[in-house]
Every structure is written in structure tokens, then in C-alpha cells.
Design a protein around this ligand. Structure first.
Ligand code: UT7
Length: 336
């Protein structure tokens, strides 16, 4: 007679998940276009016209990705009304923490007093925040954590060549964080995401950290084929955003905010047009004063829209991140 084996207890979590609080951190130093143009034979006018960027923030030399992540996280925890000890997992979306190990997430978890929360970094560049948010929602409903801290943080000034005409004017530094937790109603819609590694060389690190340890500064800076990425973003991302709306059962008319990755104001405008976004839906335009902060751009823009009363607390927002990889992710969320 065969003995009946006990089955594995299946994981069980909250019925739904939502964002409970958001926080942002913008470094103190404002860098206007005028500070950058001479080295790249550009002009304030060209940068404003082609990107919508007026100024960006740069972190201090001694200010790290983890420092910025900590500042944003403390604000997000406060907004959520939650002590760090209640966090079960910390996900840090970043591509500029300059160590493969230890992760920024482990260092951040310790600093916040959230130990022994699970901690890991998510590397999906400008799509990183939407990737980590998708994971966090699934973790809360899947039962692997009751509350998850999600941070998007990048210090791109460390990885930008000030003499590179294709990138020197576009990137900025900053951090945005959200706390994801249980909810009685659905607060994070289905994620539409994907990647296209065939286009790996359109945005990339110039060379591996292993290639030539003696090479001068900026050998590991990011480089970008701007036009190719621009075209991809404009043509391929609108259908992804549309699918995220459809999967969430929401129409563009129902939205209270559209918060796309702040890559370029012209890309933001083009997405609004292709999506036929009604004029009453407020659109994130944080790039003007923040530049392109990669993983941080969506939570930073979200924090600003709520703080300035541009978007309502509890309203519905469409998020879409896209960038190096190439990688992309979009979802509809309920704002905290
Ligand atoms: O965040 C991750 C995803 N990233 C993105 O989505 C970025 C996507 N790409 C872009 O935002 C844009 O491609 C850039 C802002 C990077 C560049 O703008 P563009 O309109 O695509 O410029 P372009 O490379 O097509 O160049 C247009 C003109 C050229 O002059 P001619 O040939 O028309 O006379 C360039 O030589 O602008 C010139 N140019 C510049 N002029 C002043 C190129 N770079 C500069 C510059 N300053 N920095």
C-alpha cells in the first residue's frame, strides 16, 4: 500500500495589492542647460526644443544611489504610515549602483532598519520601476511579503560622459519610492511587459567594467543611438500602453493621470497623441526640471503630481517605462 504524501501548502496572500504611499528625493544641485552646452557645442534653445529639458539635478560626488534611495524611502514609508519593520521585501530598480555586490537593496534594507526583509536589485534601466512594481504587486497577492518597498533610483551623472553630444544633456539623478501592500480593491492592474535584446546596442554601457581597468574615465559611461530609441519609443510603446489600459478594463477617458517615463518631452507628447488621450487627463512633464532619471523618473513624476495637486489621490494612472535592454513595462495603478 502506497503511503499518501502530504502536499505542499500553497502560498496565499492578500486578495489585491495597491500603492500605499510615495516619496521622492531630488538632489540639491540644479544644473541648467547653460552649464553643459559648451563642451558639446550645443545650446539651451536646442536642448529645450529637442527634449523639453530646462534643468536637471545632480547628486553630490559623495552622495550615493543608496543615500538617495534612503531619502525617498523614508518619505514613502511616512506617507504610507508604516514602520520599516513592517516591510517584508525591498526591491531597488537601478542600473547605476556601482557594485555588483552587495546590492543597493541589501544596504538600503539595513539602513532603514527593515532587516531581515528580502532584498534584491532589479536591472531593467528606464523600465526598472514598472518591472519592480509588477513584482511587488505579485508578491503581495502571492503571499511572499505583506508589504514591499519599491525604489527607482539612478545616479546617471556617474555614467555620463560630459563630452558626449548624444547623452550629456539628457540625464539627471534622483530617487522615487513606493510602498506596496494589501488592498480590498484592485490597485495594480495587469502588467504588459517585454524586451527586445536584438536592439541591445541602442542604449548601452560603452564597455564592460572588465574590458580595460586602466582606461580613462567614462569608458563605462552609457551611450545611446538617440534617433533609433526615439523611433522605437514613439511607434512601439503606444500599443503597449493601450494594451495595459485594455487589460485593466479602463479607457483613456477614465484616467486621472498619465505618467510615462520621462525620456524626452517630444516622446511624451507623441504618446499622448497616439493614445488619443483626452485633454482632461493630466500628463507628467517632470522632465523639464528633472531630466531623464531612468528608474526614478516615474515615481518622481508621480510624487510631484500628487504634491502639486495635479493628480488626485486615489485616482487612476497609466504608467509606462521603456529603455535600455531594450525593455518595457506598463500598468494602470490607483494612486496612493
Ligand atoms: O530613457 C531611455 C530612453 N531614451 C530615450 O527615449 C531617448 C530617445 N532619444 C531622444 O530623446 C533624442 O533622439 C535625442 C534628444 C537624444 C536627440 O534628439 P534628435 O532630435 O533625435 O537629434 P538628432 O540626433 O536627430 O540630431 C538632429 C540635429 C543634427 O543636426 P543636423 O544634421 O540636422 O544639422 C545633429 O547634429 O541636431 C544635431 N545635434 C545637436 N545639436 C546640438 C545632435 N545632438 C546635438 C546637441 N546639441 N547635443
Amino acid at each position: 500500500m502506497s503511503e499518501q504524501r502530504a502536499g505542499i501548502t500553497p502560498p496565499s496572500g492578500a486578495r489585491f495589492a495597491r500603492i500605499l504611499g510615495v516619496g521622492g528625493y531630488r538632489p540639491e544641485r540644479v544644473v541648467p542647460n547653460s552649464e553643459l552646452v559648451e563642451r558639446i557645442d550645443s545650446s539651451d534653445e536646442w536642448i529645450r526644443e529637442r527634449t523639453g529639458i530646462v534643468s536637471r539635478r545632480w547628486a553630490r560626488e559623495d552622495e550615493s544611489v543608496v543615500d538617495m534611495a534612503e531619502a525617498a524611502s523614508r518619505k514613502a514609508l511616512e506617507a504610507a504610515g508604516l514602520d520599516a519593520s513592517r516591510i517584508g521585501a525591498v526591491l531597488v530598480a537601478t542600473v547605476t549602483h556601482p557594485f555588483q555586490t552587495p546590492t543597493a537593496a541589501a544596504l538600503l534594507t539595513h539602513r532603514l532598519g527593515a532587516t531581515p526583509a528580502a532584498a534584491m536589485d532589479v536591472a531593467a534601466a528606464c523600465a526598472g520601476f514598472c518591472h519592480a512594481l509588477a513584482l511587488a504587486g505579485d508578491m503581495v497577492t502571492g503571499g511572499s511579503a505583506e508589504h514591499v518597498l519599491v525604489v527607482g533610483v539612478d545616479k546617471l551623472s556617474d555614467f555620463t560622459d560630459p563630452d558626449d553630444r548624444g547623452t550629456a544633456f539628457i540625464f539627471g539623478d534622483g530617487a522615487g519610492a513606493v510602498v506596496v501592500g494589501p488592498s480590498d480593491t484592485p490597485g495594480i492592474g495587469p502588467t504588459v511587459w517585454g524586451s527586445d535584446g536584438e536592439q541591445w546596442d541602442t542604449i548601452r554601457q560603452r564597455s564592460s567594467w572588465l574590458d580595460d581597468p586602466t582606461s580613462p574615465d567614462f569608458s563605462s559611461a552609457f551611450s545611446m543611438k538617440g534617433q533609433a530609441v526615439f523611433r522605437w519609443a514613439v511607434w512601439q510603446m503606444a500599443p503597449v500602453a493601450q494594451q495595459a489600459l485594455e487589460k485593466a478594463g479602463v479607457s483613456a477617458d477614465d484616467l486621472d493621470a498619465f505618467i510615462p517615463h520621462q525620456a524626452n518631452m517630444r516622446i511624451v507628447d507623441s504618446l499622448c497623441k497616439t493614445l488619443k488621450l483626452p485633454a482632461h487627463v493630466p500628463v507628467a512633464r517632470d522632465i523639464a526640471e528633472t531630466g531623464n532619471t531612468s528608474s526614478a523618473s516615474i515615481p518622481l513624476a508621480m510624487e510631484r503630481m500628487l504634491r502639486e495637486g495635479e493628480a488626485p489621490h486615489g485616482g487612476l494612472a497609466l504608467l509606462i517605462g521603456f529603455g535600455a535592454g531594450l525593455a518595457y513595462a506598463a500598468q494602470v495603478v490607483q494612486l496612493p
